[in-house]
Each structure stands twice: as C-alpha cells, then as structure tokens.
Design a protein around this ligand. Structure first.
Ligand code: IVH
Length: 732
C-alpha cells in the first residue's frame, strides 16, 4: 500500500486540500484501529503503528489548526478545566427500572406472570419473547449524535435534567465520536444512544493499586470510581481513569415519518447499534418465557465472578417494541422491563479483631477478622485491610461497623467504615430488610467505640518467625526481613534459590517444593542438600529415576559462582546485576557479609535502600547461620581479589541482545559480555553501543536501525569479545 507511506510523510508543506485528505484518511484509520482495539478486543496493528499515525495526525493538525474538529481522535484527551457542569434537559426522559429484589428464580416468574396478565394473554398463549441483559453496575449515560457526530453526553440526573459531561465522555475510547453516515448505514440525523459507563474490575484494581502506591485516595468500588471520573471538571483526570461503555437502549431519535429507522424489536435495535460501532454486551440474548429468563439469571449468576466487570443483577425487557408500547409506564418505570437482582457484593459487618498475615514475599498484610457476613454469594469472615496506611486513612478500629466488598474472585476487602448510628441505614440502602434489621439490632447492642480503643499498630517483629519488620522510605508496606528463614516465605525462597539464574537446580519446581515443604521434609535451604534418595523417592508421583535426577542436579549446583549464590539468597533489591557488582567489588562473601552500609554504598549502582537491605539481611543471625550451613554442605565458588571494572576490555559499553543466535543462548552471550565488562541492557536507546541480533529479532532491531546503533550477528559478537570495538572498525 503505497498510500500508507504518504500518510506518514512530513506534513508541514502539504497544501490545505491535500492536508484535508490526509487528515481524513488518518482519522478513519485511527478510528477503525481504536474500535478494533477497544470495542472488539481484537487489535489489528501494533501499538507503535497506532502511535505513529496518531502523531502524524497531531503534526498535520498543528500545521493546519483550522482543520481540527472536536471529533478528531486527537481531541479525546483534553486538559481543559470546566467551571462547573452544565444542566441538560433530556429530550426523552431517562427512566429507571423496577427492581425485583427476590434473588431466587421466582423473581423472573413473577415478572413474566405480570406481563402476561397486563397483555391479557390466555394461559395457553405462547411464551412472551424477552431480551435478557446483564445489569451493569455503573452509571447511565445518554449520548446524543447529530448527523453522525457526538454532540453531547449527559448523565441521568433526576431523569429529566442531567449534567453535560461531554468533555469526559470523549476520553472513553469505546465510545465512537463519529458514526457512519449516508448510504446504506442508516444512521438517522438525530440519535441518542443510552447505556452504562462503567469501569472494568481489572482497571479498577490497577487504578486503586496506583493510588495506594502514590498515597492517594482509593475508590470504594468500580461504580464510584467511574461516577467520580465522569463528573470530573478536568477531562485530563477523567482520561486517567479507564472507563468503558455498554449500549442498551435509545433516547431521542429521528421519527420514522422523517426517515428514522423502524425497529420491530429491542434486539434488532441492539444489533443495529453494534453495527454502528457501539459496544453491546456479549451476554445479551433473547429468551422465550419465564423458563428461559430463569435459566439466564442462573447462568449469568454462575459466571458473575468471571465477568470482567461488576453486575448487580440482570434486566429483562419485552422484545417486541409494539408490545412495549402497549404495556406503557407506571410513573417513571416501564411495565415492560424489570431488574432481577443478585446477592449484594458489599455488606456491612463488625470488625472483631485485626490479624497480621505474612505473604510469600514477606509482605505483612493486616486482615480484619469479621462477624460472618454473606457477601457476593459466600460467607466472609476475613477481609484484607491492605496496609497500615489504608487502615489509618479509613479509620478502622476493632469494634467498628465496616463495609466489606467481595466481587469477582478477588480477596474480600474492607472498603470503609460506617458510623454505628448509620449502620441500619446502610443495611436498608443495600436493599435488604433482613440486613437492616440485623444491623439495627447490632447497633442497639453496640457499645459506641470507646475513645480508648487503641489505634492498630504493625508488629515490630514478624508474627511468624520473629525477625525484624521494616518499612522502607516511601513504601506503604511493612515486610519481614526473615527471608529464607521465615516459614511463610520458605517456598518462595527455595524456588528462588533453585531458579535457573540462581543455583540452577533442574527439576526442583513449584510442585516438588510444595510437597517438600508441606510434608515437612525440608525447612531451610541447607536441608535441600541433606535430602536423601529415599526421602525424595517416597514422595507422591516421584519415580526413582526423577529422584536421582534431582539429587544429581543438587550435587551439580554445589559448584557455583559467587554472584549466583548471592542472587539466590533472595536479599531484597539484590538482582543479578547487583549480585555481580557486589562480587566484583568485594571479591569474596565474607567481605560482603562484614561490610558496613558505607562500604556497601561504594559499590557501583548500590544506593542507600539497597545497601540497607543487604546490611539488614546479613545482620540477622539466622541468615548468617543459613549461609554457613550451605558452605558446610559443600557449596563452593571462586573468590578472588576485587576486579577493577575499568580495566576490563569492554568496560563502559552497553549492549542489547535480541532474537535467537545460531550457537549461543542469550544467557551465554550475556555472561560472556558481562565477564568482559560490558553492561547488558534490556532496551535500545541512544546510549546503546551495540545491538546483537539473531533470528526473529523484532522491534529492538528496528529501533537500533532507526537510531543508527551498530548491529552485530554472532560472529560480530565474537569479534567484539576477542578484539574489542577496534576489531569492528572502532565504533563504540
Ligand atoms: S434499561 C427504561 N438496561 O439500571 C429502561 N438499564 O434503574 C432504562 N442499567 O439507570 C434502562 N444495566 O443505569 C437498562 N442492561 C440495562 C442496564 C440498565 C444497567 C442501569 C441504568 C439505569 C438503571 C435502571
């Protein structure tokens, strides 16, 4: 496609007419790609390609400001801060749906019976056809398109008057800014699409994780996060809160008499919205009568945890639009639709205590012990409080009424406190009278929190192993320093020690380590080297031959290198590169173990946090003990005087390896380069001296070529190793 080339060429000199064509072409392409990516979940081009076209469009628009239109893909993220949100009167009111709180099958049967009664259907008349949809837990949105362009997005508000949030809605990639007009497409001059703006659970978790790390405010649930984002005055903030959209209905539309589309059914309308580019949930389907509604309710309910977003129920709608008209409305609710709920994913209960758990990586997590509560379909007795700062921010103390959330397969968490006096109200708001009663009774019994209930504190010593607990500067989490000694971290420590880049014990994988630790066969790293063939072969599914192989691999691993051994100890912040630097700098293990923080700081690339971590590690008597025992088991490596990095032949060079080399593995090439003093980096930049590329090298090779970084094959690499840069003609 020669034409593609042109689109990315230097835009500045293009005359206005030519620019218009190029701009239109770029926009069409970007809109298509964005639709494939965000709506169809099927990207058709790499991100870099998208970015390139996007930048080309930005450049063209910068050169021709008069050609910038509000629906251009470049205008999705606008940083303008609004004064306040403007009220919008809906041309067609935004209704709500009657809720069926009976979460059992009978809820669907009651609705179907009512519809049949109101339509005056005989008992033997065929089943009514419905459309069954998930009830998305977000906020309702009305999107108004005029002549195929998004001109306004408004919240529901009170149903009559909502708020103009167009600037934020434009940042949602799943919402088309323009629709296909003219010809066969049939988009009417006026089209209001109604649907739900929501946040996917994974996006929500990432957002909260980011907020938590930055010490910012966390959001209670995806719905709140979405609602907050939509009502931002600053669309730059909204753009950082990843939102999604599902269409489920229509508002104002050009009448049939004036050429508007004539849909016979709700389902046909949804299909049309889909072809116009709107996301419609995959679960939506037609259902005949109560039996199929019940089946839908059960099926979606069973897969609720696996859905990527929160739902609080399903919605049933009479499919025929003629029948919908016949049924009409009561007050603000249509008779032809009902929301059939599921058990709530948030509930109120009481904190009975706060325990501390130690994770596989040593992180200490405070966990609330709760009065048992049924939430998200299971009885929950524990919920995470994440870390000390979250507890402080939420003000949680033992005895408090708290909101517990369990959605999806995620661990239940405490999202906030409820003042004791409000607990019954909270219960009622969740739509459960029983809960409200229980909460009221609880509140009546509840002695108001004494001002003397102490604030929760993190233990100074690990509750599992007694090692010192630390929290690094700028970190929210407390950690146990027990490392390889702490039983909670045992499995992780052993797996790390045995890993390929560490001691490289082949055959010692997760399943085997689970068996060894759970069966109390080994407790510490040195126990590994005391394993006998009989003990190993006695394990489940362990053939004598494989047991022999593991013993042999352990034996072989005893001959190692100091960097591998150091890395294998799993000292926090000590990766392979730091382990190598330490070994080179100090020459031997004893010197490292004896080093002060100041001495550690002299090592290349070692900063205060890393130095502190190394020092603390070797200050723990049990860690020193483990090291001594490992040496006693026969682990050996070469030690020598500290090597001067600058005297190595490739010192100061940065090399990137990509693709598959003919004879050397990537690790081997890396080891060779590092032994010669070069630094092996993961990504190509202007500072890269050489890129070593093998078969199937991808973007790194392209980048090297773009930047003019010399590219070597394996032969070139060998020349570099043997003769230095001079052997290649002096570059670098
Ligand atoms: S239809 C006339 N369909 O639930 C019916 N609403 O109280 C108009 N909702 O405000 C709404 N999923 O925010 C409809 N599949 C769905 C829905 C849905 C969620 C929300 C919507 C509305 C509320 C109804």
């Amino acid at each position: 496609m020669a034409e593609t080339q042109d689109l990315f060429s230097d835009p500045a000199p293009a005359p206005s007419g030519q620019a218009t064509i190029e701009i239109e072409a770029l926009r069409a392409r970007l809109n298509l790609w964005a639709h494939q990516y965000y709506v169809q979940d099927a990207p058709s081009v790499p991100d870099a390609e998208y970015d390139r076209a996007f930048q080309a469009l930005q450049a063209l628009e910068a050169a021709h400001p008069d050609l910038v239109t509000p629906d251009s893909p470049t205008q999705r993220v606008i940083g303008a801060v609004m004064e306040g949100l403007t009220p919008v009167r809906h041309q067609v009111p935004m209704l709500s749906i009657r809720t069926e709180t009976d979460t059992e099958a009978s809820g669907a049967e009651t609705f179907d019976a009512r519809v049949r009664r109101e339509l005056k259907l005989a008992p033997d008349a065929p089943p009514v056809e419905y459309v069954a949809e998930p009830k998305f837990d977000g906020l309702a949105m009305s999107l108004r398109y005029e002549n195929g362009r998004l001109v306004q997005a408004a919240t529901r508000g009170d149903g009559e008057v909502g708020e103009d949030v167009t600037h934020n809605i434009r940042t949602i990639r799943q919402i088309p800014l323009t629709l296909p007009t003219g010809g066969e497409s049939g988009v009417p001059p006026v089209l209001e699409v109604r649907g739900e703006v929501y946040m996917r659970r994974a996006d929500f978790d990432r957002l909260n994780e980011r907020q938590r790390e930055a010490g910012g405010k966390t959001f209670v649930n995806p719905r709140n996060a979405a609602a907050g984002a939509v009502r931002q005055l600053d669309s730059g903030i909204a753009a950082q809160r990843p939102l999604s959209f599902f269409a489920y209905g229509l508002g104002d539309i050009t009448p049939v008499a004036e050429g508007g589309p004539d849909f016979a059914t709700h389902y046909a309308m949804l299909q049309q919205l889909k072809t116009w580019g709107f996301p419609v949930a995959a679960q939506v389907r037609t259902a005949q009568g109560a039996t199929e509604l019940v089946a839908f309710h059960q099926e979606v309910g069973a897969s609720r945890d696996q859905l990527p977003y929160d739902i609080d129920g399903v919605v049933y709608k009479v499919n025929s639009l003629a029948l919908q008209r016949q049924l009409g409305f009561v007050t603000r609710e249509p008779r032809w639709a009902v929301a059939h709920k599921y058990p709530a994913q948030e509930m109120v209960t009481r904190v009975e205590g706060i325990d501390v758990q130690v994770g596989r990586t040593g992180k200490l997590t405070p966990v609330a012990r709760l009065a048992p509560v049924f939430v998200g379909g299971v009885t929950v007795t524990n919920a995470t409080l994440h870390n000390l700062f979250e507890i402080r921010k939420k003000g949680v103390r033992v005895g408090d009424q708290v909101i517990v959330r369990r959605a999806g397969d995620v661990i239940p968490e405490v999202v906030g406190t409820v003042p004791a006096a409000l607990a019954p109200v909270a219960g009622a708001l969740q739509g459960s009278d029983a809960l409200a009663d229980a909460a009221a009774a609880d509140a009546a019994r509840h002695v108001p929190r004494s001002p003397y209930v102490p604030n929760f504190r993190m233990p100074r010593h690990c509750p599992i192993c007694g090692s010192a607990v630390v929290r690094e500067k700028g970190e929210a989490n407390h950690r146990c320093t027990g490392g390889l000694f702490c039983p909670a971290q045992r499995k992780e420590a052993i797996l790390h020690f045995a890993a390929r880049r560490a001691m490289d014990v082949e055959g010692l994988g997760e399943k085997l380590v689970d068996q060894l630790v759970d069966g109390n066969v080994i407790r510490t790293l040195p126990d590994l080297y005391r394993l006998g063939l009989t003990a190993l072969a006695a394990l489940d599914r362990m053939a004598e031959k494989s047991a022999q192989n593991v013993i042999a691999a352990l034996e072989k691993s005893k001959q190692t290198t100091l960097p591998r051994f150091l890395f294998g100890l799993g000292i926090r912040h000590v990766g392979e590169a730091t382990a190598k630097d330490l070994a080179r700098h100090f020459g031997g293990l004893d010197a490292i173990m004896a080093a002060s923080v100041e001495q550690l700081l002299e090592v290349n690339d070692v900063g205060p946090i890393v130095a502190e971590a190394i020092h603390t590690f070797f200050a723990q008597p049990h860690n020193r003990e483990v090291v001594e025992q490992l040496r006693a088991c026969g682990l050996t490596w070469q030690e020598g005087p500290p090597a001067e990095r600058a005297t190595l032949p490739l010192a100061g060079l940065t090399v990137v390896i990509t693709g598959t080399l003919p004879t050397l593995s990537r690790d081997e090439a890396k080891d060779l380069l590092e032994a010669a003093g070069a630094k092996v980096a993961g990504s190509v930049s202007k500072k890269t001296h050489y890129v070593v590329a093998g078969a199937e090298a991808g973007s790194k090779l392209t980048k090297a070529q773009d930047l003019g970084v010399p590219v070597l094959d394996e032969d070139g690499l060998r020349t570099l190793l043997d003769q230095g840069p001079a052997g290649l003609g002096g570059a670098g």
